[in-house]
Design a protein. Structure first.
Length: 461
């Protein structure tokens, strides 16, 4: 099970395995990055020499330690994970190559990448893997003959400093690439065009359908947008983009962050758009004759709202994620929906084939596989239960009496751990695994002494 069966290429900028092998044989590619996405949404894996990849990995695959799905953000081994521990010996997982994801990375010399699923050595799926969690929900939709389309809008802040210098400075007093609000500013994006252009063109060559780039509100904040695709392709592309954007920034002597809330100004979001279509491309969310949404669409949105608090841990997975939720910030606090209303957690936009829901809760630090799985699980729950959609919220949701998203990681962790719907949708193994991830982060945060505490208490207390 080293490779999944060959499927049609996602577009003509992707390579088939046969094309990749030919390029390696001809010396056009000498390095293959074999990668999967970990709990934190990062690409992990190996760089393999092209000849070794052809001779050994194409047919037989490769392996990696199972601790890669059981570490904290600093790659420390931590306790509490059922699938991986010192007692279990930290064995291997097998990387299953997905031929649909082969792409050239033109910012690196003669380099290609292929993304993977994870299975145990007996070929059973690693159910805690983010890609597997999303695929399980996609399989449920496929059983109803639906395909899932999605797009992610990911913001970042760029700085005129190297990552090494930023580290040495304790990530303080960094100079952003823009010194004022450049939201939609052509001048502001021109100032950063060498970086933005390199990201756009590299991503297009890697098989992503690039829309464009625009400035955002915070100093040095920008967004590169990509066309929607099927949900798995969108998640795969999202993970590649985050890594490659950082690599390109580093090549230009800059640094970018996808933190949800870098400072006290606007946070960086990852708004997620999602819709269902029939397998034949037919509309599911829109009644063309009536010119309105379908009851199924209404129930889907109702399900996402009903599970929003339960699944917030998957939308906001880090301590810092919750700093972004603030009134009047374009980051939602109220669990409500509205037509083209950016103050609500769920914004409905579009008509006809463009009808879709936008989840405004996730920040730029989100794991796209987990967030898409949560949205889809919630929506399918709403359909299965025949949930009715509450009336839309008109006006300012920040001033409404609607329930709020959890305000801290600890609160989100408690709700997720106790959620019957989460355990029904994802299974106990998945829920317990990501509850432990939250516990690890909370323990690390609670043990830290912050700059804020030092300033408040060193002399004055």
């Amino acid at each position: 099970m080293a490779r999944k069966p060959q499927s049609p290429l996602r577009n003509d900028r992707h390579l088939s395995m046969e094309q990749l092998v030919v390029r390696i044989e001809d010396g056009e590619v000498d390095t293959v990055v074999v990668a999967f996405t970990d709990m934190q949404g990062r690409l992990q894996g190996k760089r393999l020499h092209g000849r070794y990849f052809v001779d050994h990995v194409v047919e037989h695959g490769t392996e990696g330690c199972n601790y890669l799905l059981a570490v904290d953000v600093d790659m420390n081994t931590v306790g509490g994970y059922a699938m991986s521990s010192w007692e279990r010996g930290y064995g291997d997982m097998e990387f299953v190559l997905d031929d649909r994801t082969i792409r050239l990375l033109t910012h690196l010399p003669r380099t290609a990448m292929i993304q993977c699923d994870l299975v145990w050595l007996d070929h059973a799926p690693v159910v805690q893997s983010p890609r597997t969690i999303l695929q399980a929900q996609l399989d449920k939709a496929a059983a109803q003959q639906w395909q899932v389309l999605a797009g992610t809008e990911l913001e970042f802040i760029a700085f005129d400093t190297t990552y090494e210098a930023a580290f040495d400075a304790g990530y303080r007093d960094l100079t952003p690439v823009n010194q004022y609000n450049v939201d939609y500013s052509i001048l502001g994006t021109t100032r950063v065009e060498p970086l933005l252009r390199a990201i756009r063109n590299t991503m297009y060559a890697a098989g992503l359908d690039v829309e464009g780039a625009k400035g955002e509100c915070n100093f040095g904040q920008h967004e590169v947008g990509f066309l929607y695709a099927d949900a798995l392709t969108t998640a795969d592309n999202h993970a590649v983009y985050k890594t490659v954007a950082k690599e390109i920034a580093a090549q230009q002597g800059k640094a970018i962050t996808f933190m949800s809330k870098f400072d006290q100004r606007e946070g960086s979001s990852c708004h997620i758009h999602l819709s269902l279509r029939g397998e034949d491309g037919s509309l599911v969310f829109w009644d063309a004759d009536a010119g309105t949404s379908t009851p199924l669409y209404d129930s889907f949105v109702a399900g996402v709202l009903a599970t929003m608090a339960d699944f917030t841990l998957l939308y906001a997975p880090n301590i810092n994620s919750y700093k972004r939720f603030a009134a009047g910030s374009f980051a939602p606090t109220a669990i409500a929906w509205g037509q083209d209303n950016r103050t609500c957690a769920v914004r409905l936009v579009g008509r006809g084939a463009g009808a879709r829901m936008e989840n405004r809760v996730p920040g730029a630090d989100v794991n796209p596989y987990l967030a898409l799985a949560a949205m889809l699980a919630g929506g399918l729950h709403g359909i299965e239960q025949g949930l009715e959609l509450e009336p839309e919220l008109v006006g300012n949701a920040y001033d409404s009496d609607k329930p709020h998203v959890p305000g801290t990681l600890a609160e989100a962790r408690e709700i997720f751990a106790a959620s019957a719907v989460a355990r029904s949708c994802f299974g106990d193994e998945v829920v317990d695994h990501y509850v432990n991830m939250a516990d690890v982060e909370l323990a690390a945060y609670n043990a830290a002494v912050t700059d804020w505490e030092l300033r408040r208490g060193f002399e004055r207390l």
